[in-house]
Design a protein around this ligand. Structure first.
Ligand code: ZN
Length: 275
């Protein structure tokens, strides 16, 4: 089997969050300590770019560059975003000599605001998304039902962009995207429908990019620890077990969605990559 030539980890800065959103019940008050304090933490915003025989593949698209205008005010207050110089996705691609038009395939783990913010830029790409994730996002948008952390401005942008979609349906578990890249359909849990991506590299071995199916090693455990933001708790636990079993069977290293400790150890684009 041919493998992925290079995997780049792109650093898009941080979002601030109360730790209990990442880890439900974190530092909960007790009888003896009824006034315990919350902790405000930074979580990394990351995407992954793959150089393959078939072209370039991108996993997730980070935050909207116009977030300060487009995000709801309560989101800006609760979970503000901050990025370094060249930290926006188009600028990170530019550092590698690329533009959004050069990307052949985009795999969306899900459509939350810190993952789908630049999706509308990829009009030349085939976009993989979980079928329930896209249909529920569009349904709830048009019916004005709760959108969780799916942002109306992102949804309007992807509708307007007239993207080329490939939905991953319930009966599909493993979907090959390119040589050395395979989607795993995790189903509902953190959001309405989650996709993970298995990556096989010659020298660096195999990874499973799980995105927000597991924010961090603290959620993974074992035992599994639920986050504060979760759509389907039963699905979340089932997903964590699926990931654990799959990674043991296939010798994959898990890359978590927002694990600052793990992220700080990863090689970062443009200078470093995995091969
Ligand atoms: Zn999410």
């Amino acid at each position: 089997m041919n493998k992925v030539k290079k995997m780049y980890v792109l650093d898009h800065g941080v979002q601030y969050n109360d730790k209990s959103t990442m880890l439900a019940g974190y530092n909960a008050a007790t009888f003896k300590e009824p006034h315990k304090l919350s902790t405000y933490i930074k979580i990394p915003i990351q995407t992954f770019l793959f150089e393959c025989e078939e072209g370039y593949v991108l996993f997730d698209t980070a935050c909207d560059p116009d977030y300060a205008v487009n995000w709801p005010s309560d989101m800006l207050e609760r979970s503000p975003y901050e990025y370094p110089v060249n930290g926006l996705l188009p600028d990170r691609l530019k550092e590698l000599g690329l533009t959004p038009e050069d990307i052949n395939t985009v795999v969306m783990s899900h459509l939350h605001n810190d993952h789908a913010g630049c999706l509308s830029m990829f009009q030349k790409a085939l976009v993989y998304v979980n079928d329930k994730e896209i249909t529920t996002t569009l349904r709830n948008y048009v019916l004005k039902e709760p959108l969780d952390v799916h942002i109306p401005s992102d949804i309007r942008a992807i509708i307007k962009a007239d993207l080329q979609w490939r939905t991953v349906t319930e009966e599909e578990f493993e979907v090959p995207v390119a040589d050395g890249l395979t989607i795993l359909n995790l189903g509902s849990g953190h959001s309405w429908g989650m996709l993970a991506l298995r990556v096989d590299l010659e020298n660096s071995g195999s990874f499973l990019l799980v995105s927000d199916a597991l924010y961090s090693s603290e959620n993974y455990g074992p035992p599994v620890h639920l986050p504060g933001i979760v759509y389907d708790t039963v699905g979340y636990v089932r997903t964590a077990r699926t990931i654990e079993k799959y990674c043991k069977e296939h010798n994959c290293r898990i890359l978590f969605g927002h694990d600052m400790e793990q992220f700080s150890t990863l090689r970062k684009a443009p200078l470093e990559y995995y091969d």
